[in-house]
Design a protein. Structure first.
Length: 412
């Protein structure tokens, strides 16, 4: 897809992409741009993006967001019903369709500035508000749910070093909640109204390489005396425990893992031993790395509990598993200072970052509210889920797509 850029003066330029032509000013995001390109001999793809001209003086830098699905020309079902996404585009206006449109990766890599990232979040938030109020205005019955995740993205990138930005966004969301509340109150208590967040935030100052700790404490062994590696480098005949994912430790259990060596009678004492040692681990600041470590049956229940992590790792404030740990890697370092822009997180002990729920009805009989209570809180009755079964397995392609997505978001 050919791209041409023509400088008009010191602060603006004209960009031509195929048949699309737009004019940009330095430091300002474009409107949503529609592009069309060939993806094969007989296939044309329509996509959308936003662009920003970040430099025109000396070095020309043009940055674009990832190409995203065009709701009017989706190659696969983008929404349910099929017309839902199209109707919003036509009745409210163009909107970004990527699941994580706030470009934290672009900010992390230095492609855009703090202010440009915040401006992008502002535009996404404002359009989502318009979509929400459009849907609210047409709401008659059922459940209307909408996610506003800009505050999450902002806190990942600014909670640790620019609290002013995070506080401004709390005020922005608070004003929005007030506006929604006023509209709901006009209905005279006809509808239940819920506001919830599934987690809070804390600083992420130290990256924990958990597999290195397991190696140094004799629970994990690498092949051929290697000092670093990944899951393929592990000597499974000499390994009793390993970490993969951000909050998980698994035992190498005989009959469950492909090359398991831990027998059934060893599981309980081995878990207790690892748990005790991890809880005694202090970081470079002299503080405990761990807030709480739980056994799987203390966290999960159901048919797939056996496949869950044997230990659920709850990090203390300031600590989080490294991306390398998430992928099962074994770096040489035990702890690494986090100098990333992504300096705050919530993949720690749940008590450190509790979620919240507010409602326009009495919650006193609920105690610890669970996600299982949401249907009752929303529509006043529990749902019969006996006929609903989750998929029994994930395909290899789906697993790779999931890992690629998590890597792109900074979790792996």
């Amino acid at each position: 897809m050919p791209i041409q850029l023509e400088a008009l003066d010191q602060t603006s330029a004209r960009v031509t992409i195929g048949d699309t032509q737009i004019q940009l000013r330095v430091g300002e995001w474009s409107d949503i741009v529609e592009v069309k390109f060939k993806a094969g001999l007989f296939l044309s793809v329509h996509a959308i993006t936003r662009m920003i001209l970040t430099s025109l003086n000396g070095v020309v830098r043009l940055y674009t967001l990832p190409l995203q699905i065009h709701p009017l020309h989706a190659l696969s079902h983008y929404s349910s019903s099929k017309s839902f996404a199209k109707d919003l585009w036509q009745k409210v206006g163009p909107y970004l369709t990527l699941g994580w449109p706030q470009d934290t990766t672009g900010l992390e890599d230095g492609c855009i500035t703090d202010e440009q990232f915040i401006a992008l979040c502002d535009m996404i938030f404002e359009r989502r508000k318009q979509i929400f109020f459009h849907l609210l205005g047409n709401f008659k019955e059922g459940v209307l749910g909408s996610i506003f995740d800009d505050l999450d993205r902002v806190q990942h990138m600014f909670y640790h070093n620019r609290l002013d930005v995070a506080q401004a966004w709390y005020q922005k969301l608070d004003a929005f909640v007030g506006e929604v509340s006023q509209r709901v109150e006009k209905w005279g208590g006809k509808y239940n109204y819920l506001i919830m967040s599934d987690h809070g935030f804390t600083t992420y100052q130290q990256k924990i390489h958990l597999n290195r700790w397991l190696a140094e404490n004799g629970y994990l062994t690498l092949n051929n005396g290697s000092t670093e590696g990944d899951l393929s480098s592990i000597d499974w005949q000499k390994t009793k425990a390993y970490a993969v994912g951000l909050n998980s430790v698994y035992l190498n259990v005989a009959g469950r893992e492909g090359k398991g060596i831990v027998g059934a009678n060893e599981i309980e004492p081995l878990l207790a031993e690892i748990q005790q040692k991890l809880m005694g681990w202090n970081g470079p600041d002299g503080k405990s790395v761990m807030q709480r470590i739980r056994l799987k049956h203390e966290v999960y229940n159901g048919a797939y509990t056996r496949l869950g992590p044997d230990l659920v790792i709850g990090y203390a404030p300031g600590y989080r598993a490294s991306s390398e740990t998430g992928l099962g890697k074994v770096p040489q370092n035990l702890v690494e200072a986090n100098h990333d822009h992504w300096g705050a997180d919530h993949c720690v002990d749940s008590d450190v970052v509790p979620g919240v729920i507010f409602a326009n009805r009495d919650l006193q009989n609920f105690g610890g509210v669970s996600f299982r209570d949401i249907p009752f809180l929303a529509i006043g009755k529990h749902l019969d889920q006996s006929h609903i079964k989750p998929p029994s397995q994930v395909s290899g392609g789906s697993q790779k797509d999931l890992e690629d997505r998590l890597k792109g978001l900074g979790y792996l």
